[in-house]
Design a protein around this ligand. Structure first.
Ligand code: TXA
Ligand code: MG
Length: 350
């Protein structure tokens, strides 16, 4: 583990960054901070290096990785063309939490990165340490979030250490990440562009910049509504079962008491405004309702906090579906495996 000040000075040499860049260059996997979450990087041009990422994370090989760059000059080596819409987005939001999907150039980086697709996701992270590391390495860096597959994404080096210690060559510790949820993934190969994953750049920010934007219909269907039965896969999940709740504070408190009377230890994750007047066995205040960027910032840390407590069930209060709230709800619903508890609706959606 190498500790680096978040505000690295571009004009100085950092032995820690040099060492990490050399290891990356030599085909090893290194975790590093970005403004969203920690990434697990490897040389995107090497099959063997990219395989190391999938192995360390236990990630299914059909899930493509994002290629990270430090300069827009690298784009033309990686993608076939950059259309005007993508160009406008790059000018407005890079470096930043927006991944753009382009038609890839064949044969320049490992096919394992894109899991057999003809497209590639590219992003330039807004983090001085990530940018300095990539510049020192001089390679495009494939990097998913640096968690074990299925776990919440890491927002500190300690989270990475907990999940991946012994499985990777090192961690560059640049402190806590900022945004806290991953980048927005936007497919720019279709017209209008389509959001495939909500994230750090909101729908509203995108439409303000380029006009109409579509949203992958499967996201719309899942996000604000209870899911139909049988939705199997869980992501970002804590150990105890998690339910997303929607209802008044009075109903929420009654629901907690009902579980407790059933012999269950109940954890509650909610904005501080709610937590301040609730009772449960373990309370986690996650940001403020009046500024959802604070909720996004501490979301994964908050979900992870329950793993150290002997709770039987976790209730997580839903937030408003606007701005970054859309990304927060997407992650919460996935962490819950689409299980909801809704006031005046006695069914849960298993
Ligand atoms: O903020 C982030 O994006 C973080 C940091 C480390 O940069 N990275 C990240 O990577 O979240 P990962 O691998 O956990 O998520 C990448 C997402 C996945 O949902 C993947 O399916 C999608 O991007 N993706 C990557 N390439 C794609 C492509 N060519 N077409 C469609 N989706 C793609
Ligand atoms: Mg991930």
């Amino acid at each position: 583990m190498w500790i680096v000040d978040k505000n690295v000075d571009k004009n100085k040499d950092y032995p820690q960054i040099k060492k990490a860049a050399q290891l990356l260059h030599d085909g090893h996997t290194i975790a590093f901070p970005t403004e969203t979450v920690y990434g697990l990087g490897a040389d995107a041009t090497s099959d063997q290096a990219v395989s190391g990422i999938f192995k360390a994370k236990g990630r299914p090989s059909d899930n493509p990785l994002i290629v990270h760059i430090y300069s827009t000059n690298q784009l033309s080596e990686l993608v076939q063309y950059v259309d005007n819409t993508s160009q406008a987005l790059i000018e407005q939001f890079w470096p930043g939490p927006l991944t753009l999907i382009f038609t890839k150039k064949q044969g320049v980086f490992s096919d394992k990165v894109t899991a057999g697709l003809d497209t590639v996701g590219i992003r330039m992270p807004d983090h001085p340490v990530a940018l300095a590391l990539m510049e020192a390495c001089q390679k495009p860096i494939a990097a998913p979030s640096a968690n074990r597959s299925g776990k919440p994404s890491p927002t500190s080096a300690a989270h990475v250490y907990y999940d991946l210690n012994g499985r990777i060559a090192g961690i560059v510790d640049g402190g806590e990440t900022g945004v806290g949820v991953e980048s927005t993934v936007l497919d720019c190969t279709v017209t209008p562009p389509m959001i495939l994953r909500p994230g750090g750049i909101s729908y509203e920010q995108l439409t303000d910049c380029i006009g109409p934007v579509d949203v992958d219909p499967s996201l719309e269907e899942h996000a604000g509504q209870p899911r139909s039965p049988g939705m199997k896969y869980t992501h970002y999940a804590p150990v105890a079962p998690l339910y997303v709740t929607k209802g008044s504070d009075l109903w929420l408190q009654e629901t907690i008491v009902a579980f407790q009377q059933d012999g269950k230890k109940v954890g509650l994750l909610a904005p501080v405004e709610t937590i301040s007047h609730m009772q449960a066995d373990f309370l986690v205040a996650c940001g403020r309702e009046d500024d959802l960027s604070t909720t996004a910032h501490s979301l994964y840390e908050s979900i992870r906090a329950f793993d150290n407590e002997a709770v039987d069930i976790i209730l997580a209060q839903s937030v408003e579906m606007r701005g970054i709230g859309v990304a927060i709800m997407n992650r919460l619903v996935k962490a819950a495996g689409h299980k909801w508890l809704i006031e005046n609706n006695d069914k849960t959606s298993f």
